[in-house]
Design a protein. Structure first.
Length: 326
C-alpha cells in the first residue's frame, strides 16, 4: 500500500490556472504535460492608430498570425477594423507588419495584404500563414464569410479559402476557392503538419442546429485535397458563431499536443489550454491552464525562446510577451 501511495504521488500532477490569481485547479495524471506560463511584460508592437488618420483613433486588430519571411524578417497579418465594431461590414482587409527581430519594440506597418474581392468576398477574417522550409511559397488560409443577406443572424456556412505568395507582399488567391465550407461562421484557420499530414483546425458550431462551440479539423496530404470535418473539441456554450471555442492554435511539444482556444463568450480575455496525445482529439477533461488573453498566437522563435500574443476589440493593436513551459 505504501508503494502504491508513493507511485500515485509521483504520477499525480497538479495544474492551476496560468494566471496565479485564479484558484481553479485541475489534476492531470501525467508528469509529461507542460504548462505554458506568461513570464514577461506585454510589449505593444503594433498600434494601427499610429499610422492612420489623426481624426479616427478607434482602429483595432483581432485574429492574426506570425511567420518568418523569405527576406529573413518576421511578418504579421491579421484582422483590422475601427469602431463602431461590425465584423460583417468593417473587417474587410488584412493588416501587414514586419520586423527584423521578433521582440522589436515597434513593427513596421505596410499596405494591406489583402482586401475583399467585390461580389465574391464579404469579409476577411483570421488569416493563418503556413510555410515549409523547403518551399518558396507561403500559404495564407482565411475566411470570407457568407454573402447571404441574413448570414450574420444564423449559423451560416463560413467559407475557408487560400492565397499564396512568394514575397510576403503580393498574395494570389487560389483559383479553386473556397477550399470548403462549414456551419457556424466557420473561421479562425490554423495549420499543423505532423507525420506528413496537414491538419486544418478551425472554429465552428457542432452543426446547423446544435450551436455548441466547437473546434473542427480536416486533414490533407498536400494542402489542396481536404478530408471531411471531425470535431476535436466542444464547449457547451451555444451561439450561432461558435464563439466560446475561437482562435484555435495547436502546439506540438515533447510528444504531446496543446490546443489553445479563446473562450470569448465566457470571458473576452480568456484562453484555455488542453493537452492530448494525438492531434485529432482534445477532451475538455484534459484542461491544463488558463491565460488572460484574446485570440492568442504562440510563437517559437528558438528552442528556448517562446512568445504569446494578445489583441482584440478592447485593445489598440497587437501585444507580445515571453512564454515559458513549466
Amino acid at each position: 500500500m505504501k508503494l502504491f501511495i508513493t507511485l500515485s504521488l509521483l504520477v499525480g500532477f497538479l495544474f492551476t490556472s496560468c494566471d496565479s490569481g485564479n484558484n481553479r485547479t485541475e489534476t492531470v495524471e501525467t508528469r509529461r504535460v507542460k504548462k505554458p506560463v506568461i513570464t514577461g511584460e506585454w510589449k505593444h508592437i503594433f498600434n494601427p492608430n499610429d499610422t492612420r488618420s489623426d481624426i479616427d483613433t478607434t482602429w483595432y486588430t483581432n485574429d492574426h498570425c506570425f511567420v518568418k519571411g523569405a527576406d529573413g524578417k518576421w511578418h504579421g497579418y491579421g484582422i483590422i477594423g475601427h469602431k463602431p465594431i461590425n465584423p460583417w461590414t468593417g473587417e474587410t482587409r488584412f493588416f501587414h507588419i514586419s520586423a527584423k527581430m521578433f521582440d522589436q519594440d515597434k513593427w513596421d506597418d505596410h499596405d494591406y495584404a489583402l482586401e475583399t474581392k467585390p461580389g465574391v468576398e464579404r469579409v476577411l477574417w483570421a488569416p493563418h500563414v503556413f510555410h515549409e522550409s523547403d518551399s518558396d511559397t507561403w500559404h495564407m488560409f482565411y475566411n470570407i464569410g457568407n454573402r447571404q443577406k441574413n448570414a450574420p443572424n444564423y449559423a451560416s456556412w463560413g467559407q475557408l479559402c487560400r492565397a499564396d505568395s512568394k514575397d510576403m507582399f503580393n498574395w494570389e488567391r487560389y483559383p479553386l476557392n473556397p477550399l470548403f465550407s462549414d456551419p457556424g461562421h466557420a473561421r479562425d484557420s490554423y495549420i499543423l503538419k505532423d507525420e506528413n499530414i496537414y491538419y486544418y483546425y478551425y472554429t465552428r458550431t457542432f452543426d446547423e442546429v446544435d450551436l455548441r462551440s466547437c473546434v473542427a479539423v480536416r486533414t490533407s496530404p498536400d494542402l489542396q485535397h481536404w478530408s471531411g470535418p471531425k470535431i476535436v473539441h466542444t464547449q457547451s456554450f451555444e451561439c450561432d458563431w461558435g464563439g466560446d471555442a475561437e482562435s484555435p492554435f495547436v502546439v506540438k511539444k515533447d510528444g504531446l499536443f496543446y490546443l489553445f482556444i479563446c473562450r470569448a463568450m465566457t470571458e473576452y480575455n480568456q484562453t484555455h489550454v488542453y493537452w492530448s496525445e494525438t492531434p485529432d482529439e482534445f477532451p475538455v477533461e484534459n484542461f491544463v491552464c488558463e491565460l488572460p488573453t484574446h485570440a492568442s498566437e504562440v510563437i517559437k522563435v528558438s528552442d528556448n525562446e517562446w512568445y504569446i500574443s494578445n489583441t482584440g476589440w478592447d485593445k489598440k493593436g497587437v501585444y507580445i510577451a515571453k512564454l515559458e513551459w513549466n
